[in-house]
Design a binder for this molecule. Structure first.
Ligand code: DP6
Length: 421
């Protein structure tokens, strides 16, 4: 039993955003270290709407490493958690908290156990890159607790070993994951291309679709693709390197036309690579509902305007992520989307459009009745055909900031016991 002086609990709480890739990561050259076959670029989403909050704590009274996700205890014996814990522990340095009278030496960290509690402010099952925000937050928070001196890029190389896309959540704004060359993965890390203020006109609307069938996980999907798709080899070698340069230029110059064109083309090629896999992976298999009407609406609208207004991108699931060039376009977009995908009659608007609800006001939609009186978008062939209830909810968001440490009031663990509150 620990004596009284050994009863302290030290904790840190951090918040980390999720991200959406506009040039996709798909395929690993090393599965264990999670090293990709190409560079990728993402936009960090505003943590006010989509984020993970994680409290990490340490105490001599803890007898094993434990973790709770959204209040439920989960196992962290898997290789990915263990890699992150091992890598971050090996970089721990002395901690001297004079206020609390706690001293931990670099050597102590090898024997001390941690308690971790993590919470997503969005449904984990919605397929919104919860593992990206989750592993980024775990590594960032442990880095603070253990007084790790490495910068965000070096931390990103650790988060990468939890889930590839997690490395891009260590920064806000626009982020590139450099694939690197080293076999050990030391140079496979994220860098910030521009912060969230650089292009703050952009508005991001996510359509979270309902009744999702069981999808192929990214990890097994990309393993099959690497083993069987010749198109992936062409993509990684010939297509992505040129596209990355163009995307960096587009972001630098806030050139929405190029940004949108590259984003849509890359999403479509990612899904083409999935179809080129044996057995084929159908993430965008819903040809009559949801994805096809959204793509066709955006394509027709962009063509009619003569220059892109909105970009679309789809990850390893059916949710659509739409990026509008500015608020005005976003208001029009939300009108068109609400016309085509109205909520079930019993849904209230407040739970159907989440995030930055001010876009709804701009769109002139303040009650469910307003949805019924929206004009049919000129892009759709048959205005009588609506996909009522096919979208569970929309989230309106924007490019957002990177990880931050939160104040003591945000702790998810009890400061005396180190157990979930
Ligand atoms: C389609 O990062 O989830 O979202 O590294 O195996 O954990 P693992 O995969 P994950 O894959 C994400 C793939 C993607 C594209 C992207 O985010 O770049």
């Amino acid at each position: 039993m620990a004596d009284e002086s050994q009863k302290w609990v030290l904790m840190v709480t951090a918040q980390t955003p999720t991200n959406i890739a506009v040039i996709k990561y798909w395929g690993k050259r090393d599965e264990k270290l999670i090293l990709p076959v190409n560079d990728s670029i993402s936009v960090t989403l505003d943590p006010a709407h989509l984020c993970t909050t994680t409290t990490v704590s340490v105490s001599p009274t803890f007898d094993q490493d434990r973790m709770w996700l959204n209040g439920e205890e989960i196992s962290i014996s898997g290789g990915r958690f263990q890699s992150c814990l091992r890598e971050i522990r090996s970089r721990a340095t002395d901690v001297d908290d004079k206020e609390k009278g706690i001293k931990i030496t670099k050597k102590d960290w090898e024997k001390l156990h941690v308690h971790i509690s993590s919470y997503n402010n969005f449904p984990t099952a919605a397929g919104l890159a919860s593992s990206a925000a989750g592993f980024a937050c775990l590594v960032f928070a442990l880095g603070k607790l253990m007084n790790v001196k490495e910068d965000h890029s070096q931390l990103s190389a650790i988060a990468r070993q939890g889930s590839g896309s997690a490395c891009r959540s260590l920064y806000g704004g626009f982020v590139k994951w450099i694939m690197g060359k080293d076999d050990k993965g030391t140079d496979s890390l994220a860098v910030q291309l521009a912060d969230e203020k650089h292009w703050d006109e952009l508005v991001i609307v996510i359509a979270v679709v309902s009744s999702r069938q069981k999808e192929t996980s990214s990890t097994t999907g990309m393993r099959d693709t690497v083993e069987t798709s010749l198109l992936l080899q062409h993509r990684a070698k010939e297509v992505v390197p040129k596209r990355i340069l163009k995307m960096e230029e587009a972001i630098k110059n806030r050139d929405f036309a190029s940004f949108a064109q590259l984003t849509c083309t890359d999403s479509n090629q990612f899904h083409a690579v999935c179809l080129d896999t044996c057995p084929p992976i159908f993430y965008m298999n819903d040809t009559s509902h949801r994805q096809a009407p959204i793509i066709s609406l955006v394509e027709k609208w962009n063509r009619a305007e003569g220059t892109p207004q909105v970009a679309y991108t789809f990850d390893a699931g059916p949710n659509a992520v739409l990026i509008a060039r500015n608020r005005e376009t976003a208001a029009l977009l939300i009108q068109k989307l609400l016309f085509c995908f109205p909520p079930n009659s019993d849904a209230d608007l407040n739970s159907f459009v989440l995030g930055d609800k001010s876009i709804l006001k701009d769109a002139g939609v303040e009650s469910p009745e307003d949805i019924e009186t929206l004009p049919p978008p000129p892009e759709i062939k048959d205005p009588s055909q609506k996909f009522r209830g096919d979208v569970s909810y929309f989230i309106c968001t924007r490019p957002g900031r990177g990880p931050v440490v939160l104040s003591d009031e945000s702790h998810l663990l009890n400061p005396e016991t180190g157990l979930p509150k």
